[in-house]
Design a protein around this ligand. Structure first.
Ligand code: B3K
Ligand code: ZN
Length: 859
């Protein structure tokens, strides 16, 4: 095989041929499924005489053009076949055999726990049949599935047409999807499931059957998914005026799935993690995750399916927009502040790091080797931030006008990010030309602030400067159009000014008159732009913002800055051989937060939660791993000691709240468990942890106790872990929680325990959920052991990646992220990490998923 090649956005060409309609016929068999694809092909470019079809891991049986067999004229090449045809319109029939049972990549048609299922985005359909497997070829589909009766449910996209029995205990089903769609939205499922049924009436009166299919015995865990689906349908009607368009909406949960879920038209496939939940086995976080992913996939029906992407470089067209929509959904249904905090944490801990690393790319990438490597926090989450900025600039009404125009122009089409921005711009008469740099330039802008207050004139001048550091592609950056949502506060905490500034130049000034004393400025309220603010607020000012900023997100932001600056100051002290120091002002501020009764307990929990190691990493350069671990732990230990009484009081006050339900109960648990986390540090409070574990009637509380015992290495940890393992051994999703704790285990001998964990009866390298739990948590959330100075953490991860390279390269490529971000670390660790990357690079069969990341990282 030749070295993998990059594809470029600038080389995009519209297709020579298109497929208006395809009939697919599946004779399901574990090792030899027969697929007949009958495509109605139309020539789009007059001089085109070769149909170039994509295909991978297929055995070709025969090819017919109209009625004539042309199998012998077919040219096979790497990645597909070429067929010479000089016709304007014709029927192409291709018969292939595939081997779903041995498809460990989980792309195309594969078997999960005995059921057949598919995953075709981005380029998995070519593993089912030879096809024009690109998103700008839109076809209607008719699908016939034939299988033994032991697979009672035979499902595909669209509406059911007919079904019936056949000889030899076999049966079939026929489906028709009237909406032209690209091949990546195709889906097929065959299996035996438990089925939860419901229905929904759309606002125009259409009745839709709703079906959630889950593994046998799990029906009681499907309720929340169904409720979330109905809420999603209603929300999209109310907020975006968008209705569902088929007679049936199906969701199938499978345990073997590379990512979260997939928005196939009318037949979503879901990772069980985002469907199955009950109070005993799922945490409040899991419930929220389900609601948000169910929403996300449902919202794709319009933003992704009805209007799809012209090419894969435009991925953010559907993903950024749909993440924005699911974030708004969660915020409208729950706490806007808590949701916003979660979104910003993802940006600061993961996306900023991506921008700073070798895989940095704009939200619309310009070159790609393996498309699956671009389902990133940049395309998704930063993409959503870019949509959010447009929303901030236009307001809700203007934004909705833009959406309406977008659908009016492009329903049924495959379009570009430029088309989206044009609709927003035209509907509002707003100039987004400079703003569009957010689509083409990678990197996190750094904004510097200078202030000048003129006592005599009572005027305040704000100067902002922006600069975006070089990213991996090495190109110089032009200024962005940055919406700066800001507030000026006086010393009493009154709000003087709130405004959204249009910051478009490298350096720009604004003057505010009639300001009677030097104000305190709050910038990027609500995280109004995905930038870093480079400004050293005094502790006093941060405390002031924490208390008085009128935007709750800004209050949280101030609390984080306060804690981070204290931790980073200690990192500095430690690096000079000094010891950590405690800041009375910080404890006072957090004490008063903890004692405030008027605040949402979930918000207090956020204010009290220490910044993650990953977000702190982003703030120091180079990262002093050991000092950072020590300083962060010092913060946790000292907070616990300083506020022991208040934590204990609040914990018990939360315990008393037994009559709450819904969001209030969730918020109460969040605060209670944050208190418990700190109390677990204190020797005389550790029995609270064990008590909570033993008395908990829900997974949120029992897992919080176990997490606390694990993090602080309580002597009862081992006994609780064994108890949990025995209780949940047969419930894979709960065992994932146990594996995650094992991966994060700070115990000094943790790596030695890994061999046994990899052999554990509940672990399987072929199952992505298990791998992400154990290995992902180790590499991303166990800095002490992953970054161990003897290199054992890096070596361990690399050994695993080598195995995964053969089994499931997409999963391997996701896990490699912390290893390719070696640039941020000290020299010794850099060398160790690079040595491991070179070991990967020398593999004879390195998959292109890993090849792309390894080679960019070592370039
Ligand atoms: N569109 C899918 C992701 C497909 C990932 C392919 N490697 C799920 C989603 O974003 O909704
Ligand atoms: Zn999506």
């Amino acid at each position: 095989m030749s070295q993998p090649q990059a594809r470029y956005l600038k080389d995009y060409q519209s297709p020579d041929f298109t497929i208006n309609h395809v009939d697919l016929d599946f004779q399901l068999d574990p090792n030899k499924t027969r697929v007949v694809a009958k495509s109605q092909i139309k020539r789009l470019r007059k001089d085109a005489k070769v149909v170039k079809l994509d295909g991978e891991d297929l055995s070709l049986v025969s090819v017919f053009v109209n009625e004539n067999e042309v199998t012998h004229q077919v040219i096979t090449r790497e990645g597909g076949i070429d067929i010479n045809v000089d016709l304007d319109e014709f029927e192409l029939t291709i018969v292939t055999h595939i081997d779903p049972q041995n498809n460990s990549k989980l792309e195309g048609l594969y078997v999960s726990d005995g059921a057949y299922c598919t995953q075709c985005e981005a380029e998995g359909f070519r593993r089912i049949t030879y096809f024009l497997d690109r998103p700008d070829v839109l076809s209607t589909y008719r699908v016939r599935i034939e299988a033994p009766q032991s697979f009672p449910y035979l499902l595909s996209n669209g509406n059911p047409l007919e079904q019936g029995s056949l000889d030899n205990d076999r049966h079939y089903a026929l489906w028709h999807d009237p909406y032209p769609k690209p091949s990546y939205l195709f889906a097929l499922v065959a299996g035996d499931f438990d089925l939860l049924q419901d229905e929904y009436q759309t606002k125009s009166g259409r009745k839709v059957d709703l079906q959630v299919f889950v593994d046998k015995g799990n029906l009681h865990k499907a309720e929340h998914a169904m409720t979330s689906l109905k809420k999603s349908m209603q929300w999209d009607e109310q907020r975006f005026n968008l209705e569902y368009d088929l007679d049936i909406y199906m969701i199938v949960a499978v345990d073997f799935f590379n990512m979260g879920a997939m928005e196939n038209k009318g037949l979503n496939l879901f990772n069980t993690k985002y469907v199955l939940a009950d109070k005993a086995s799922a945490t409040d976080n899991d419930f929220d995750g389900i609601e948000s992913v169910i929403g996300h996939e449902y919202f794709h029906n319009w933003t992704g399916n009805r209007v799809t992407c012209r090419d894969w470089f435009q991925l953010s067209l559907k993903e950024g927009l749909t993440v924005f929509r699911d974030q708004e959904f969660s915020s409208d249904l729950g706490s806007r502040t808590v949701n916003r905090i979660a979104a910003v944490k993802a940006m600061r801990t993961v996306q900023f790091a991506e921008d700073a690393g070798p895989m940095a790319h704009p939200i619309r990438p310009e070159s790609v080797i393996e498309m699956n490597n671009f389902y990133t926090v940049t395309v998704y989450n930063k993409g959503a931030e870019v949509i959010r900025m447009m929303h901030t600039l236009l307001g809700e009404a203007g934004f909705q006008q833009g959406m309406a125009l977008y659908f009016e122009r492009h329903d049924g089409q495959a379009v570009t990010c430029d088309d989206f921005v044009a609709a927003m711009s035209d509907a509002n008469n707003f100039d987004f030309s400079q703003f569009k740099r957010w689509y083409s330039q990678a990197g996190t802008p750094i904004v510097r602030l200078q202030e000048a207050y003129d006592d005599k004139r009572q005027s305040y001048r704000l100067t902002l400067e922006q600069a975006t550091p070089y990213t991996a592609d090495g190109s110089a950056k032009l200024p962005f159009h940055i919406p700066v949502d800001m507030e000026l506060l006086d010393r009493q905490g009154n709000s003087l000014v709130t405004e959204v500034l249009n910051f478009t130049q490298e350096k720009q000034q604004w003057t505010f008159e009639g300001i009677a004393e030097k104000p305190i400025v709050s910038l990027f309220r609500e995280f109004s732009a995905p930038v870093k603010l480079d400004y050293q607020y005094s502790q006093d000012d941060l405390v002031h913002l924490l208390k008085h900023a009128s935007n709750e997100f800004s209050r949280w932001d101030a609390s984080q800055a306060l804690v981070s600056s204290s931790i980073l100051a200690n990192v500095k002290r430690l690096s000079k051989g000094e010891s950590c120091q405690s800041s009375p002002q910080l404890w006072e501020a957090l004490q008063s937060v903890l004692q405030t009764q008027a605040l949402d307990p979930a918000f207090i929990a956020e204010l009290m939660t220490p910044p993650t190691f990953a977000s702190l990493m982003d703030e120091c350069e180079p990262v002093l791993v050991d000092e950072l671990i020590t300083a962060r732990q010092y913060h946790i230990d000292t907070l616990a000691k300083q506020l022991a009484t208040e934590l204990d009081e609040r914990y018990h006050a939360c315990l008393q709240q037994t009559n709450l339900s819904g969001g209030e109960a969730v918020a109460n648990r969040a605060l209670k468990n944050t208190c418990l986390y700190y109390l677990g540090v204190l020797t005389d409070k550790q029995e609270l942890v064990v008590n909570q574990y033993q008395q908990a009637d829900n997974m949120t509380d029992s897992l919080a106790a176990l997490h606390t015992a694990n993090e602080h290495q309580l002597h009862q940890r081992q006994q609780l872990m064994i108890d949990f393992e025995q209780k949940w051994l047969q419930t894979p999703l709960v065992m994932d929680k146990w594996f995650t704790l094992q991966g994060k285990n700070p115990n000094k001998d943790m790596l030695a325990s890994f061999d046994a964990l990899l052999e554990h009866s509940a672990f399987a390298l072929a199952n992505p959920n298990r791998v992400y739990s154990l290995i992902g948590s180790f590499a991303n959330a166990n800095p002490k052991h992953f970054h161990k100075l003897d290199g054992s953490g890096y070596r361990f991860l690399t050994d695993l990646l080598i195995k995964l390279n053969d089994v499931n390269p997409q999963v391997a490529a996701r896990l490699i992220t912390p290893l390719i971000q070696w640039q941020r670390l000290d020299e010794t660790r850099q060398q160790l990490m690079k040595a491991e990357l070179k070991r990967l690079q020398s593999l004879p069969n390195l998959a292109k998923d890993l090849f792309e990341k390894v080679s960019k990282s070592l370039a």
